[in-house]
Design a protein around this ligand. Structure first.
Ligand SMILES: Nc1ncnc2c1ncn2[C@@H]1O[C@H](COP(=O)(O)OP(=O)(O)OP(=O)(O)O)[C@@H](O)[C@H]1O
Length: 447
């Protein structure tokens, strides 16, 4: 049985977690401080260390170097509060396996422990994650909560709607994290112990879509060699996530609407009705409301799906979080590629912030992983980045630069016009005197 050490100063929480994990067939030791943990670590080894970040007299990260040195196979998972995400991301850079934000659900903690144990079995580290980095399960494994305004709003919406049974329509550009958000809603709902089934509606061939959604019985059509459950039945009790829902054919839109309204389905070739208790979350990166108005998407289905809508923001609208996400993906890339890149150079940071990220988080994840592969130093310099990212960012910078030239020109003109009277010039420019002084300093105007 795998051995786990919990390091957590909240004694009640620690004991509760110990009880829960023991019930789930782990051998669990606990310590309420770093000192106690060190004593236990001197006596025995553990498969997993589950440590709070903030502990009296130190934090969970301080133990990492020692653990990695004395027992490299031990995986460290950090438990963080909201504000400690950055520390946790840094800890991943130093070799922690992952972090989990408090409060978490029993499934979430079991899932991250399972991942950590699997990663161990699959040593060396480079093969920790499947190379098919886009498979659906992996998409759900890592989730970083941003800290900027847009990210907080997104999270508020998730928290607000999760406990209800409302259908949710997630809109947003490709790669913004709609599926990850759908999963977060499921995990925060009462259905979290039940299945979360994600279906890419754009990827199902039209001819087999009915059977894919509703299942079939043996012999109902050529090729139906066995009874088969459809996605609805598999998701029963839980959440069905319909990705790219705008790609459904008219016929399948009708079938879906009926299933959602009647809360019953029949497998293809069967007369037996199956009762459904399903929460639907749909996602689209096109404007479904326009499509409904133009008759390309059934309006009644659109309203059924859109009981609550959430727009998942593009990465360029999450400026405050760009470097946080970049750090996170760098940490992931380090662990997947067995690299040890500690930071981005200032110019690399500037490029990451100036680039537009048309492919959003998915693009950033790929760009950083590729750049990590090319980087040979502990600091990532721009030459590791793809050409198009650098060019894209520089175009942006030029635009900014010309904007600043223009601004400088305006200020000089206003000053001349007002005979270098700064109060009058500020008034003319419709800015405060203080801002004008700042700008004069910024542009080093000799006035
Ligand atoms: N909050 C997040 N934290 C960490 N990784 C994230 C987050 N959001 C998205 N990602 C990563 O970005 C990638 C794209 O996410 P996801 O598949 O959820 O986007 P999507 O909007 O559903 O894309 P599409 O429109 O193409 O279906 C995934 O690899 C996912 O792991």
């Amino acid at each position: 049985m795998p051995k786990i050490l919990i390091i957590e100063d909240d004694t009640a929480f620690c004991q509760m977690l110990q009880k829960f994990l023991t019930k789930n067939d782990f051998v669990v030791s606990i310590s309420y401080s770093i000192k106690e943990a060190e004593e236990l670590l001197a006596k025995s080894t553990f498969d997993i260390i589950l440590s709070d970040v903030r502990l009296p007299k130190g934090n969970g990260v301080t133990l990492l170097p020692q653990v990695k040195r004395d027992s490299p196979a031990t995986q460290v998972i950090l438990m963080t509060g909201y504000a400690e995400v950055k520390t946790a991301v840094n800890a991943i850079k130093k070799g922690a396996f992952d972090y989990i934000s408090k409060p978490f659900t029993p499934e979430q903690i079991l899932s991250v422990i399972k991942d950590a144990l699997n990663a161990k079995v699959m040593e060396p580290k480079a093969s920790r994650h499947s190379s098919k980095s886009n498979n659906r399960q992996e998409k759900q494994a890592g989730f970083l909560k941003g800290q900027g305004e847009k990210s907080k709003k997104l999270e508020q919406y998730v928290e607000l709607v999760a406990p209800t049974n409302m259908s949710v329509l997630l809109t947003g550009e490709s790669g913004t994290g709609k599926e990850v958000t759908a999963n977060a809603i499921h995990q925060a709902s009462k259905r979290r112990d039940q299945p979360f089934v994600a279906v890419d509606c754009g990827a199902i061939p039209k001819e087999i879509a009915t059977s894919e959604f509703f299942g079939h019985v043996k012999g109902s059509f050529t090729g139906a060699i066995d009874d088969k459950k459809g996605h609805f039945e598999t998701a029963n009790g839980g959440t069905l996530f319909l990705d790219e829902v705008g790609n459904l054919s008219y016929e399948h839109q009708v079938q879906l609407l009926r299933a959602i309204q009647e809360r019953k389905i029949k497998r293809v070739g069967s007369t037996k009705e199956i009762e459904l208790d399903i929460r639907i979350i749909a996602a689209t990166n096109e404007n479904l409301s326009d499509a409904a108005e133009e008759g390309e998407f059934r309006e009644d289905l659109y309203h059924r799906l859109n009981e609550f809508s959430i727009e998942v923001p593009s990465l360029r609208d999450r400026q405050d979080d760009i470097l946080l996400f970049a750090d996170y993906f760098l940490a992931k890339a380090n662990s997947e590629l067995d690299k040890n890149i500690l930071e981005f150079s200032d110019e690399t940071k500037r490029i990451l912030q100036d680039y537009d990220w048309p492919g959003n988080l998915r693009e950033m994840k790929n760009v950083i992983k590729r750049a990590a592969l090319f980087s040979e130093t502990e600091t990532m310099f721009p030459n590791a980045l793809a050409e198009e990212v650098i060019e894209g960012a520089n175009k942006h910078e030029k635009a900014n630069f010309s904007k600043s030239d223009y601004e400088k020109e305006l200020i000089l003109r206003a000053l001349k016009q007002t005979n270098f009277n700064k109060s009058k010039a500020a008034k003319l420019l419709q800015i405060t005197r203080k801002t004008l002084y700042n700008k004069i300093n910024q542009y080093q105007l000799n006035v």
